[in-house]
Design a protein around this ligand. Structure first.
Ligand code: URA
Length: 430
């Protein structure tokens, strides 16, 4: 078999066999197939797509490229959650302590930032000392002892996804339904979750720009989950503007702390409570959405949620003091205010442009091996629907770069009348 023949086959829109898929996945992980062939093949997949069988085969080829975690040593239904990626998307960090506070084990495997979107692992690593490279034994022990753990993708778990994920990030092949679905579902299956809740983002800051595409991705992942006997629920949520007010790493951790203290922005608190409620329902112990949502609101107002975040941080070697003293988190040297060049109501804030601006300030990677500046990011002072005067501050850029050229104002669109603000939760697919 030759990879060039597989590329040509996909280029013509033909379906690949299980053997062909296993061949290029294994070859790539062993270092026998070069980056440029996988890049060409993934671009062909981007344009030609894959059928359900190919997507399931690609998912399992990723799973079988490394070790899998057996979570049978943890009692109960283990729930995991994954987002398809957004800007300012810190929902995982909010729902882990929330759901664990209900006594439901959360075994979470997370990724790094991709393209203009952030990643949970990068955000957690902004907390001094926080270890995301846990061994399988540590991961299981933490879930048993604390009811929650977050692990980065170790070299041994779905290495094929880890390698292709970084390659896709720099070759324009991220926003492809088969590639996203197999990437996400392989990680969830390899990390041993019994139940999976997916946050499928849609809008300007998401990989899926239209509701129809987001629905296709949601249905595709729910289908993979079902075929592998994992309870899977997908919630389609809005990403037409960044979530909350903070985009970056350390500054997003600050916002997570606010939400868990009950002082969060309405949009992200609502999405977090919805996702957490579906995680509780997927675990089998909860049945009614409304009463679960209310119980989780209580978890926040009683102070239990923030205590659980503190426990998560210390259980993985991080400095729990960050919860009480935000100055223990990395701080940028420069804070640059950006002023509005017109007066009016904000009609839209292009989340992708804000994500790209945050990346250029140092919060994300331009190339796959770039280091991250945890202190860099953007604080949005105004959101869609807010009125701003000419020369009023719209946002603050945080950076350690002494020279910044930005066209972040292009992300904002204004109008004279009060705009319609789109719903934050669009649909639930199960
Ligand atoms: N998140 C993932 O884990 N994989 C993707 O391909 C996109 C978002």
């Amino acid at each position: 078999m030759r990879v060039v023949d597989i590329i040509n086959k996909k280029k013509k829109g033909e379906a690949l066999t299980k053997e062909e898929i296993e061949f290029f996945v294994q070859g790539y992980v062993k270092g026998e197939v070069p980056d440029y062939q996988i890049s060409a093949l993934y671009m062909a997949i981007y344009f030609q797509g894959m059928n359900d069988e190919e997507i399931a085969d690609l998912t399992m080829a990723y799973v079988n490229s490394g070790e899998t975690i057996d979570l049978s040593g943890i009692a109960g239904i283990k729930v995991d959650k994954h987002s398809t990626g957004g800007v300012g998307d810190k929902i995982s960090l909010i729902v882990i302590p929330l759901v664990a506070s209900l006594g439901i084990p959360v075994a979470k495997m997370s990724g790094r930032g991709l393209g203009h979107t952030g990643g949970t692992i990068d955000k957690l690593e902004a907390i001094p000392g926080f270890r995301t490279a846990l061994s399988a034994e540590e991961f299981i022990a933490n879930v048993n002892n604390h009811g929650m753990a977050v692990v980065g993708q170790t070299a041994n778990l779905t290495p094929a996804d880890k390698l292709t994920y970084a390659l896709r990030d720099v070759t324009g092949t991220v926003d492809s339904i088969p590639l996203i679905a197999s990437s996400i579902m392989s990680k969830k299956i390899a990390s041993g979750a019994d139940a999976i809740v997916l946050d499928v983002k849609v809008g300007s800051g998401a990989f899926m720009k239209s509701l129809a595409e987001a629905k296709k991705l949601a249905e595709c992942m729910v289908q993979i989950g079902k075929s592998l006997k994992r309870r899977t629920i997908a919630i389609i949520t809005d990403m037409n503007q960044p979530l909350g007010h903070e985009v970056g790493n350390a500054n997003e951790i600050r916002e997570v702390i606010d939400v868990l203290r009950g002082k969060g922005a309405e949009d992200e608190t609502g999405i977090a409570l919805t996702i957490a409620s579906y995680m509780a329902i997927a675990s089998g112990g909860y049945h009614d959405f409304r009463s679960t949502y209310e119980e989780l609101q209580q978890v926040i107002s009683s102070g239990k949620a923030i205590e659980k975040l503190e426990e998560l941080i210390s259980s993985q070697g991080g400095n729990p003091q960050v919860v009480h003293d935000l100055f223990q988190l990395p701080q940028a040297e420069y804070h640059i205010e950006i002023f509005s060049n017109q007066a009016g109501y904000i009609r839209a804030i292009d989340a992708e442009q804000i994500g790209l601006a945050a990346m250029l300030l140092g919060a994300g990677r331009k190339k796959k091996d770039d280091a991250i500046d945890y202190a860099a990011g953007v604080t949005l002072l105004k959101k869609v629907g807010d009125y701003v005067d000419l020369n009023e501050p719209l946002c603050i850029l945080h950076t350690n770069l002494d020279h910044v050229e930005t066209d972040i104002l292009k992300a904002y669109a204004f109008q004279e009348s009060v705009p319609n603000v789109t719903a934050t939760i669009h649909e639930v697919v199960s």
